[in-house]
Design a protein around this ligand. Sequence first.
Ligand SMILES: [Zn+2]
Length: 269
Amino acid sequence: MKVFLSADMEGTCGIASWAETERSTPFDYTPLQKQMTREVAAACRGALAAGAEEVLVKDAHDSARNIDPTALPRGTRMHRNWSGDPLSMMTGLDRERFDAVFFTGYHAWASCPGNPLSHTMNLRNNRVFLNGTLCSEFLLNSYTAGYYGVPVAMVTGDQALCEFAKQLIPAIVTVPVNIGRGGGITALHPDEAVERIEEAARRAVAKADLCRVPMPEHFHMEIDFIKHSVAYSKSFYPGATLTEDKMVCFDSDDWFEMLRFCHFVLSDG
Ligand SMILES: [Zn+2]
């Protein structure tokens, strides 16, 4: 059993402002960077205790150099920084065979009130729709897992995202650590979050086979950009169309082609 863990930060226990996600503001960032590392380490410990031989951790936030590797247990490896391929937050899933995907520190989608930091990939869009559903990074990365045939067994983050995850994958193990309300949050005690994540990771390893991602036969994405000038420029991606002046749309039956579209249109500056 090998686990792939993609770690984001805006769903870390206690996080409530952008300054807490950015290395350039160390007074705010450092305590949350430590908590992010503790939560990833807890997920790795749980997975290894439940019989996983190895966990590959993809640091998937901002610089992708947030987690302190010295705090992770033996049996883990890390992918740091950005390779630049369309897998993005899931880089590494395509090069080896994995049996389960975990997401830690994940957050609600652009426009969702469940997290003051809710967004989808960046802050250049108002909303992203995928097959008519408001699209989170969790949904994108779950379909990437499904594309490679790997179940998504655990997600930790804000409560709104955890509730969405249960709708997509009913058997998934979730650990809600924050409840958003307007610009603020109510969070668990950081130690309690760590304990719950370790215990959840154990359960997730045991039931990973039940957590297959249901893959649609066709994908239709609409990105509602904030700036019409950005939408105009991005609409020249091959096969993309522009509607309502700020909405860029793309269709494919092949998830990797949708990932490629996201790589150049949704994610790239
Ligand atoms: Zn992030």
